[in-house]
Write a protein that binds this ligand. Structure first.
Ligand code: HEM
Length: 500
């Protein structure tokens, strides 16, 4: 250390002055922040790092602990980034309804700040014209009642492939997360491109690397420690390689569908093309004149938003069911009354209210996107009489709300009965239960996601008994979670599926 100081002091005078000035400018930039009066309360902040040392790898848990101490609307700082987190029904309603207009922009994670792509983003655009056009298009071409109706055969086919695969795998231990992810990913690629991209037999996704790349993109996007975001002076250097790493994976991933796009583009542009020949979402994008960059961006976003959220919903519900045999018995009774066919179809799902209550209960305790996707304040505004400064990152802690004794009786118990005879739903009107968010940024994929979750779960219960490997004790099952874009299990749920 002394050597460094001595050699520093021995620098020629002009260089010494220049280095000292740069050093002080850097420190002043780090320290300077316009202090905002009347911010929501929160833990005391250290200079430069703010509350970085208190957040760890589980921001949903850290924010829930802060809320217990400082109230339902809190603020804290990660480096220069100001965060505001809501953890009550009232605070969520003010953010997602009353002030939705001012609080619906996005903070873009470093991974997704990719030059050339962000102008075509649905998830990461502010509420501008691009966002409106893309949302409208997804709503009409993918998530409308008509679109869902025409996807139902395809969805049943993909779930059927999963069931056939598991019947052959009897007696073997399988990772449920891998099987469910592959099934839901193939459902989405079939809707978008008209074909499967993954193979159920390739459980670990190592055959061609696509599954691995998608998982890594999701992992980069959900990084909690994102120093470029905390310290904007460091952002351009991408010191953790998050932006560069994601860019490389994007390139690798886009290669998979480029030939399909080129082939379909030639068909759509041919003089014999008519709209009723459109078979997939890709054909609709091409008809609307989408460039390759636009298609790459929208498709990657649908994969990121639509596969690990649905997988997480199914896997957490299965975890709770492994622990709660009495709940499984009630679902089975309901199925014996209502289902008279070998395989379950979409049209039968509405006859299974106890199954639906079970899914709601699993989403209450394990919301797949525990803090919503990060919103940003486009303008300074007031929430619960506190000031929310422009550019603050806004989160709603669904995980804390789902476990709050002020909202739920006996919140840590898994009791689907609480939703039987209750009008509480997850469609964005009831601020106690918001797994899909609410307001302008609410998940547009809700109908499609729920159809998949219900069909996969119902089918697995209908056709199999589930057993933990090595006579594992269901009551001791590991419930640890891992924060990311979706809240996953820390360790995979391994099960043996036995034919009924
Ligand atoms: C059970 C499954 C799902 C859950 C729990 C879920 C949940 C969410 C949540 C919480 C948000 C953020 C809302 C906010 O920031 O306020 C979101 C956004 C989004 N979701 Fe989903 N989602 C699911 C399935 C899907 C599916 C299947 C798709 C598409 C195939 C999809 C596409 C999107 C998109 C595009 C957005 C961004 C919307 C915007 O920024 O305007 N989601 N989702």
């Amino acid at each position: 250390m002394m050597d460094y100081i001595t050699s520093f002091l021995n620098l020629p005078f002009p260089l010494l002055v220049l280095s000292t000035t740069i050093f002080f400018v850097f420190i002043v930039k780090l320290l300077s922040s316009k202090s905002v009066k009347n911010l929501p309360p929160g833990p005391p902040k250290l200079p430069i790092i703010g509350n970085l040392h208190q957040v760890g790898d589980k921001p949903h848990v850290a924010a829930a602990d802060f809320a217990k101490q400082y109230g339902p609307l809190i603020s804290f700082k990660l480096g220069k980034q100001c965060l505001v987190v809501a953890s009550s029904t009232e605070a969520a309603r003010e953010i997602l309804k009353t002030q939705d207009r001012f609080l619906s922009s996005r903070v873009v994670p470093t991974a997704f700040q990719q030059e050339g792509l962000i102008p075509h983003s649905l998830i990461w655009s502010d509420c501008n014209q691009t966002w409106k056009t893309l949302r409208t298009m997804c709503r009409t071409e993918m998530f409308s009642a008509k679109a869902l109706g025409s996807q139902s055969r395809l969805r049943e086919e993909k779930v059927g492939q999963m069931l056939d695969f598991l019947h052959k795998k009897q007696g073997h231990v399988v990772s449920t997360e891998d099987i469910v992810f592959t099934t839901l990913f193939n459902t989405l690629t079939s809707i978008i491109f008209g074909q499967d991209f993954l193979d159920l037999k390739d459980e670990h996704g190592t055959l061609d690397g696509l599954k691995e790349s998608i998982h890594k993109i999701i992992e980069y996007g959900g990084r909690v420690k994102d120093f470029g975001a905390f310290f904007p002076v460091l952002d351009r250097f991408d010191l953790q390689g998050i932006r560069r790493g994601t860019a490389k994976l994007y390139k690798k991933t886009f290669v998979y569908w480029r030939p399909i796009i080129e082939k379909r583009r030639a068909q759509v542009n041919s003089s014999t093309w008519s709209s009723d020949q459109a078979e997939s979402f890709l054909d609709r994008m091409l008809e609307n004149g989408f460039s390759n960059d636009q298609i790459d961006q929208v498709v990657t976003e649908l994969f990121v938003a639509g596969t690990n959220t649905t997988t997480s919903s199914v896997v957490w519900a299965m975890t709770e069911l492994v622990k709660h045999k009495e709940v499984v018995s009630k679902i089975v009774e309901e199925m014996e009354r209502e289902i008279k066919t070998d395989r379950i179809t979409h049209s039968q799902l509405s006859n299974l209210p106890y199954l639906q209550a079970t899914i709601k209960e699993a989403m209450r305790l394990h919301p797949p996107v525990p803090l919503l996707l990060p919103h940003k304040a486009a303008e300074t505004c007031e929430v619960m009489n506190y000031t929310i400064p422009k550019d603050a990152k806004i989160l709603v802690n669904l995980w804390a709300m789902g476990r709050d004794p002020k909202i739920w009786d006996d919140p840590l118990s898994f009791k689907p009965e609480r939703f039987i005879g209750s009008k509480l739903d997850y469609k964005g009107q009831d601020f106690e239960l918001l797994p899909f968010g609410s307001g302008r940024r609410m998940c547009p994929g809700l109908p499609s996601g729920m159809m998949s979750v219900e069909l996969v779960l119902a089918s697995l219960i209908h056709e199999f008994d589930w057993v933990l490997p090595n006579g594992g004790d269901p009551l001791k099952i590991d419930m640890n979670d891992k924060f990311g874009i979706a809240l996953r299990r820390e360790n995979p749920l391994k099960l043996i599926f036995k034919e009924k």
